[in-house]
Design a protein around this ligand. Structure first.
Ligand code: ZN
Length: 615
């Protein structure tokens, strides 16, 4: 493998656009840390205790906070990108650690701001917000004020903050046992060869055509979790108890409301997702039945869910071609969008394309207000990589449009809408590739990928969301969470979602134990709502005209200038209703029909909606 120094410049992202040399970064950093004076930023700390005096003071504090954090973000972005290019390189490792520490100091020196703002009398604050100079920050301040009903007195808040570190220990312990202490050993393939299992190789082996390998890997991997079932139950329970502590301390009615309220997302969005999926689960059952038939297995097992349906087919595409087809695929978003993307990929060098020695694995889109929206990936000519590039480019275009339209303080989009732009672009690419598909095999391969994508993002994450809600609900009602209870609950959900054609062995019941997202406090549902919104929006833009396109582009330009649900409403989807989820499932159903047809199976009539009995 090439070292970083041997990598051609044209294949690397242009981080030098941010700082031409490391020495320039160091100089800027030295200025930013101000010789560690105390306080480091007197232009912020100096106003502590004075927020209620006048709107001018509030304005000045906000201006100072934003201008310093903007400067720190630029420093941080450079260090984090350079560090990811070669994580073994000492000077970037140390640069990254230094700027992270400075950021931490900044957090400490600004932590008083929100609680002091909330302590300002409501009428005073209201009159401040009428003043002309604060208009540009109005929504920003209103978002903070919205937290007032669940904010406590400063001494109570201090007590909660003091408990902060210890409340994170379950999550930290889970990460340690999962990432560091667990060793998964090896599993035999059909030739009797032992294959070493890790988190990364598990993802590969579970898609391998060798069924013996899949089975052995699945069982060995999950046995590790089953062997530590009591500990893992207590860790998850500890995390939930931490959520319950914050919820009760702040007087929220439930954990789900405590998690969703700060983002102004009504719990009805969460419940509508689960209900819509529950009411329309039949297409997933049909797909499982079809998968069993095509694979020709007597029993379809958990370890048969991810293997491609056509084993001996793959699409290979060199990087340049991937760029071209991705640029072509975004044509429905108009010339301006397409030209910006072309320029970013082909001229500005957003993308760090290939693997090199000690480069960070995976893929992401990252950057800051003053940088281009960089993309890191490890492109290997596989179809999966083409879609990864389309996905990250979707994020990057969202960032670019938000940053060039919004002021700094509204430029970052909320997590709830983040996956919409990326999934939207993946869907555009899939549509173009389907149109172009030369052979039946290619079509089957593509449809299969799309189906498994929706299955993994919509159905699977909703199953997780339902599990997450149920365990919190039980714990809130003082039902002790035991290993047996979690197994039974998880099995019931698997049965409900996958139906009778999936055979569940004991190891499928323990799968919950390996999902890190259950420690993220009601996070996973956003994957499911994100893909539903994206699919509804591609339909709307492609089936619509100029105004539907403008609606979507305005959503991308909106950053965080409004609440996420309102932003999506501008684009044309209402996530408070079950419609987007229903439509996404409908689409899944029609893809299953198409796959059936291509495979020569007779498509079944669309069965009427099957109501599942209430939980
Ligand atoms: Zn993404």
């Amino acid at each position: 493998m090439k070292t970083r120094k041997e990598t051609a410049l044209g294949d690397c992202w242009n981080v030098e656009a941010l700082y031409p040399t490391f020495e320039e970064w160091e100089k800027d950093f030295e200025t930013a840390k101000r010789a560690n004076q105390h306080p480091i930023w007197p232009e912020i700390m100096g106003f502590q205790g004075r927020l209620s005096e006048s709107s001018q003071i509030l304005n000045e504090v906000l201006e100072n906070i934003f201008s310093i954090s903007r400067q720190l973000e630029k420093l941080y972005t450079y260090a984090h990108l350079k560090h990811d290019e070669d994580i073994a390189e000492e000077r970037y490792k140390s640069a990254f650690a230094k700027i992270s520490a400075l950021f931490h100091e900044f957090g400490k020196e600004t932590s008083w701001f929100e609680s002091e703002l909330l302590a300002v009398e409501a009428a005073t604050l209201k009159s401040f917000l009428e003043s002309p100079e604060l208009q540009k920050y109005r929504f920003y301040v209103e978002k903070i004020i919205r937290m007032r009903p669940f904010t406590l007195s400063s001494s109570e808040e201090k007590l909660i903050a003091l408990a902060g570190q210890s409340l994170m220990s379950s999550c930290k312990a889970f990460n340690s046992i999962n990432d560091a202490d667990f060793h998964f050993g090896t599993a035999k393939d059909s030739q009797g060869e032992e294959k070493p299992i890790s988190h990364a190789s598990y993802g590969m082996f579970i898609r391998d055509p060798d069924r013996t390998l899949r089975k052995n890997v699945f069982q060995r991997f999950h046995k590790q979790y089953a062997d530590f079932e009591n500990t893992l139950t207590e860790l998850l329970n500890g995390q939930i108890q931490a959520h319950i502590f914050s919820m009760r301390a702040r007087n929220y009615p439930s954990c789900v409301e405590a998690a969703l309220y700060p983002k102004n997302i009504d719990p009805s969005v969460y419940h509508a997702l689960i209900k819509a999926t529950e009411d329309n689960i039949t297409p997933l059952h049909r797909y499982i039945e079809l998968r069993k038939k095509i694979l020709g297995v007597e029993e379809l097992n958990y370890y048969d869910l991810q293997v491609p349906l056509i084993a001996d087919f793959d699409i290979k595409m060199p990087y340049q071609e991937a760029e071209d087809i991705i640029i072509e695929s975004v044509a429905p978003l108009g010339n301006d969008y397409q030209n910006l993307l072309r320029k970013g990929l082909k001229e500005d060098r957003w993308v760090d394309r290939y693997e090199n020695k000690s480069k960070r694995s995976g893929a992401y889109s990252s950057g800051c207000f003053d940088s281009m929206p960089y993309i890191l990936m490890n492109y290997k000519d596989l179809l999966r990589d083409v879609f990864t590039l389309a996905h990250e480019a979707g994020h990057s275009m969202h960032s670019l449009l938000s940053r060039t339209t919004q002021p700094y303080w509204y430029a970052d989009y909320p997590i709830f809408v983040a996956e919409v732009a990326s999934t939207f672009n993946e869907d555009l690419l899939m549509r173009l590739m389907m149109e172009r598909a030369q052979s039946k095999e290619e079509k089957i391969f593509l449809i299969n990928q799309k189906i498994d994508d929706i299955r993994g993002t919509l159905f699977r994450q909703t199953l997780f969301a339902e599990f997450e809600f149920a365990i919190h609900d039980l714990a809130e009602k003082h039902t002790p969470l035991t290993p047996q209870l979690l197994r039974t609950l998880y099995r019931k959900l698997n049965q409900k979602y996958f139906g009778e054609h999936l055979t569940l062995d004991e190891y499928s019941d323990i799968e919950w134990a390996r999902v890190p997202h259950f420690y993220y406090n009601f996070y996973v549902y956003q994957y499911a709502t994100g893909i539903s919104a994206a699919l509804a929006l591609t339909d709307r833009v492609i089936g619509g005209g100029k105004s539907e396109r403008e609606d979507y582009l305005n959503f991308l330009k909106g950053g965080s200038s409004r609440y996420p649900i309102d932003l999506l409403q501008t684009a044309g989807v209402d996530m408070r209703t079950p419609t987007p989820v229903n439509k996404a499932i409908e689409k899944f159903g029609s893809l299953v029909n198409e796959l059936e047809k291509l495979l020569g199976e007779t498509p079944q009539e669309n069965k009427p909606e099957q109501k599942t009995p209430a939980r």
